[in-house]
Design a protein around this ligand. Structure first.
Ligand code: HPA
Length: 245
């Protein structure tokens, strides 16, 4: 199997079950990744792990060096990337703790460095992004979820917002009108950069909360953390079966 990397999101700064072989500090032409790459074995298979927000969860979504992260993973041999992303559920079935495998993206982020193709070009490059995620990897995740009995939504449109604040009710209404089923802050430009590097990239989205204005009262960090904890248990189970396949 092609070498697999896992990018951990909020609630997944370390990967239980990963037998760590080494941690490696990488430097890239685009700067420093979020932290050292963790090389290890999961369920007997070689994987790399990188917590997107840093190992102490200190880098907010708009400050992440997405280019350096993906570059470092590819330089270290990654061909496939499973990204784990915390989301707010807009669609009614995306309830806290549930997983989803998004199949589309709408990008609302701004002022993030979102391409490798901007300096020293010999020609302008436009990648095809009609299907933003790797269908082969999505299919695998779907099959494994079914096999191990994890309840996950098989598709959905991910709206990527700038953050770090959560959205207003009106913003979520707009996202819903646009066709977004879920909202998160880290899906872009990561997915597009992965495509630019020709990486097979898919996302496991974990519902941390119902999106603004869709539930009762305020969205608290305490509730988000609690839901992510149960969601991440499903992510670990999923990965432990998916990685060897
Ligand atoms: N909005 C944006 N990003 C998020 C949310 C949300 O409600 N929950 C977790 N990440």
């Amino acid at each position: 199997m092609a070498k697999l990397a896992i990018i951990g999101g909020t609630g997944l700064t370390s990967l239980k079950g990963l037998e760590i072989v080494k941690r490696e500090v990488s430097h890239t032409p685009y700067g420093e990744p979020s932290g050292p790459l963790v090389h290890g074995e999961l369920a007997g298979n070689e994987v790399m792990f990188l917590p997107r927000h840093g190992s102490g969860h200190t880098i907010p979504p708009h400050k992440i060096n997405y280019r350096a992260n993906l570059w470092a993973l590819r330089e270290n041999g990654a061909e496939k990337v499973i990204a784990v992303n915390a989301i707010g559920g807009i669609r009614a079935d995306l309830t806290p703790g549930r997983l989803a495998f998004p199949d589309q993206i709408i990008d609302y982020t701004w002022s993030r460095v979102n391409t490798y193709f901007e300096e020293g070009l010999t020609h302008v490059t436009h990648i095809d992004f009609t299907e933003p995620y790797c269908s082969e990897l999505r299919q695998l995740l779907l099959e494994v979820a079914e096999d191990v009995g994890i309840d996950a939504a098989g598709e959905g449109t991910y709206g990527a917002t700038q953050g770090p604040r959560l959205e207003t009710r009106a913003e979520i209404d707009r996202l819903e009108r646009d066709g977004c089923d879920m909202v998160g802050m880290t899906g872009m430009p990561e997915a597009a950069l992965a495509r630019e590097l020709d990486l097979c990239y898919a996302s496991i989205a974990v519902v941390a909360n119902v999106a603004a204005g869709r539930g009762e009262g305020e969205i608290t960090m305490a509730a988000i953390e609690q839901h992510l904890m149960s969601g991440m248990e499903s992510v670990r189970r999923l990965l432990e079966t998916a990685v060897p396949r």
